[in-house]
Every structure is written in C-alpha cells, then in structure tokens.
Unconditional design. Structure first.
Length: 281
C-alpha cells in the first residue's frame, strides 16, 4: 500500500497514537486513516495487574493494523508501555525509521481503576501509582519523545491529549485508583497549556479533549457497571443538556479530527469538552 495516494485532508501525514489497540484509540486511528494519514499504533497490549477488566491484547492491536490497512493506509504497530520513557523513545526511533516524520500525536492511553469494598493502604498506593503512571507520566513521556522530531521537521503539527470530564469536574470515590484518574486528567491540562506555550513558536498546537463516558471496553464491562451502581452519588454531575447517555467513540474521533486539521490551525491551548453539555456552567 502506498502512503502517497491522495485521499483526504491529512494526506501525507503521520499520526502517532497511544492506546491504539482498541476503543477510542482504534477509532481515532481509523478516522485519521480515512483522511489519508499513516498510523503508528502503540499499545501496551498486556494486562496491568491493578486493572480489573481485560485490557487490550496483541490480537486487538493486530486487528487495528488490519483495519487501518483496509483504508489503504500504512500502520506501524508498536508494543510499548507509556510509563517507560526509553521504550517510548525506541518507538519514536522506529517511527522515524519507517516514516521519517511525525505530524500528529494523540496521547490517548488510559485505564480505569475501579474497586468495591474497603481498599488497603497498599491497594490504594498501587492503583494510584499505575493510574498516574499511565495517564500523567505516560502523557509527559509521549510528548517528551515526540515533540523533538516534530520541531525538527519544521512543518508544525498537532498534539491532542485525551483528558475527561473528570478533568474538569472532578470524580472521586475515596480510592487510590479513582483519585489517580481525576488527578491525572486534571494534570494533563497543565501539561497541555505548558506545551502549547513552548511549542507554539514551532506551529505545533496542543489541546485536550474531555469526553464523558464512551462506549468502549474500558467502560462497557461488568466491573465498571458494578462500580457505577454503587457510586451513583459520587458520579453525579450537572444534567446532560443533550439526550445522549453515552458517547460513541466516533464522537470523540470527530472532535480530534477537527483539532488536528488545518481547520483548527488557530486553535491551541484549549480544553474541548465532548460531553453533551455535562460540564456547561
């Protein structure tokens, strides 16, 4: 398959996407591929012991590759843990060897650490460490290793970080896992704003998206359903303004597609809710 066949607004560009084996990451990969981008699909493709639901597998990652290739785009699969900055640097080295450029970065990798019943101090410490590791340190690591080749490329680009409505409203049930989720989703806003300022002179735009619940395996699983039923008071937010109870991954992909496109060339440093109005004051 050629990466030079003209098809869409992202023709000739390369997108580096973390958490790409399934869920939102796969949806984003396909949305960008349909617009002509070649894809680097990175995922841990393994189970983190503190995560109660089944995480993505190597077979899931292979399926993402196959689906991108059906769109006549190239897809480089990389198995790496975003918490390991040296593994992430190797991923960037492989990307540059394969494609010679990075135009878009989607720091999308995320986990949801739910628990029922009493958690020990060790349980909370472990889930806190994994949550912050994946969703805050992992975002920093991703940008730290992808920004230099984007700057050196000299043509600008776009970085989009996946946050959450929890990064705007807050969400906590007293456990380390949920504390980590909320803290990380708030923390990436600070990273985004800082990088928007430092990278703007290179025409690299940096933004966050803030979805409410999305119909992916991270949310559609028995463990989360049990957690939600037991914590509805904690999860209460302002009412949705639109009659949408849960997002389709494409809802988020469409927002990201705009953010990475030339149509948003003057948009940087923003927190973009995709939430049916949940966070509207």
């Amino acid at each position: 398959m050629s990466s030079t066949q003209g098809r869409g607004q992202l023709e000739g560009k390369v997108a580096f996407i973390t958490g790409a084996a399934r869920g939102q990451g796969r949806s984003h990969a396909l949305a960008l591929a349909r617009e002509g981008a070649d894809i680097v699909a990175l995922d841990i493709a393994d189970q983190i012991p503190t995560v109660s639901y089944a995480m993505a597998s190597r077979e899931d990652l292979e399926e993402t590759v196959a689906l991108v290739e059906k769109e006549d785009r190239r897809c480089l699969p990389i198995v790496a843990d975003v918490r390991d900055i040296h593994a992430m640097q190797r991923a960037v080295d492989a990307t540059m060897a394969e494609f010679g450029r990075i135009d878009m970065v989607l720091a999308n990798a995320g986990i949801l650490l739910t628990a029922r019943g009493e958690q020990s101090i060790d349980d909370d410490a472990a889930t806190w460490a994994d949550g912050v590791g994946v969703m805050l340190t992992g975002v920093y690591n991703t940008i730290r290793v992808t920004a230099p080749p984007m700057v050196e490329g000299g043509v600008g680009g776009s970085i989009v970080i996946t946050s959450s409505t929890a990064g705007l409203n807050g969400m906590h049930d007293g456990t380390g896992g949920m504390a980590a989720y909320t803290a990380a989703k708030h923390g990436v806003i600070g990273l985004m704003r800082g990088y928007a300022k430092t990278l703007g002179k290179h025409s690299i735009r940096v933004n966050t998206v803030h979805p409410m619940g999305v119909a992916t395996p991270m949310v559609i699983n028995p463990q989360f359903e049990e957690f939600y039923r037991g914590g509805e008071a904690m999860l209460e937010t302002q009412p949705r303004l639109l009659p949408i109870q849960i997002l389709d991954p494409n809802d988020v992909s469409n927002a990201i597609l705009w953010l990475v496109s030339d149509g948003a060339r003057a948009v940087t440093g923003v927190t973009l809710p995709v939430d049916a109005g949940v966070t509207t004051p």
